[in-house]
Design a protein around this ligand. Sequence first.
Ligand SMILES: Cc1ncc(COP(=O)(O)O)c(C=O)c1O
Length: 394
Amino acid sequence: MFASRTNRSLTPNRLSQLIEERRQQGLPLLDLTESNPTRCGFNFDAEKLLGALADPRALGYEPDPRGLLAARLAVADYYAERGVQLEPAQIFLTTSTSEAYSYVFRLLANPGEAVLVPRPSYPLFDFLAGLNDIHLEPYPLAYHDGWRIELETLAAVLDSSLRQVRAIVVVHPNNPTGSFVSREELECLLKHCEDHALALVADEVFADCAFAPDDERVVSHAGISGALTFTLSGLSKISALPQMKLAWVVVNGPPDVLSKALARLEVIADTYLSVSVPLALALPTMLETRHSLQPQVLERARTNLHWLDEQLAADLPVRHLKADGGWYAILKLPAIRSDEDWAVELLTGDGVFVHPGHFYDFLSEGHLVVSLLPPVEIFQQGIRKLLARVSRYG
Ligand SMILES: Cc1ncc(COP(=O)(O)O)c(C=O)c1O
């Protein structure tokens, strides 16, 4: 009766089952995976945010496939601050970055065709690909005192793929490695785009969360006009407002292909007209609140990171893999058991919830991923327990 798109195991994984059991038994949980900013104790300007949703103009409806012009102008201003000049016609509003991915995959790829995605990376790619009938070809990021795209392997993946590849996806900075695309890497990716007629898709939801400035990294992919480029971002991370369901895709590229892409994307967007008028009217205000949220998020991430690195300075069998930005830290543990087993032992033995690396498709065992957003006391309590347990095996 059902299409195969949702043919996935519907049984919760081992960790989810154990968490549910703990909750039912009323046992304490130190959740080091918490990355929902609305649950991390940040200070939101409620009056401003809720006030923005009460604009009387929300009682009228003048549908625009790209979304309300005033909202797109605010997005264009956001990029102008980063030195990228855009026409509002290059911007499409969506209800989430996930929806933006779907629009772009639908635009670029026929069923069974492929896009290149980083590995390790964002777990949702699998689901987004499945729902859009496309195939993922992973290209590796390798760690050598910092994460880099393995460009040689990427080229080999591209050459050997048995499927028609339509795009290269980058996540800038990547979740969970916290690595940005460097200018040098971008040059190589653009050469592949030119040689193989590929589009570049850049997910920049975490782009404003850099731990330190670095001239070597790409500022934003939104200004690239050498290849057809789709830059995705939104309020869920920029303004720490995932509940508002407001994101966008910026399209850029050589003029002839750009105008064709815009016309076709307009057909997709016009089919759904998905962003509501009250939210679109509120977008400029919600985007502006990033000026008070981003410093809070960055301060939290930096405090937790700094404290983590202080703890790891001692001779412990745990390392923190260097990240340049984003909301996550990767811990490297002895691979004496699977990362899933580490996560299960921490949960059942200490009530500490961390993500095993395989959620993100790490190529080897011994990686745990923690969020940098939990309140400092929770983060410290959880990490102390984690270090105490792992040290027993050191
Ligand atoms: C890399 C990346 N892209 C996109 C998103 C989600 O964005 P949205 O809430 O706009 O769908 C996330 C959420 O964690 C993410 O990690």
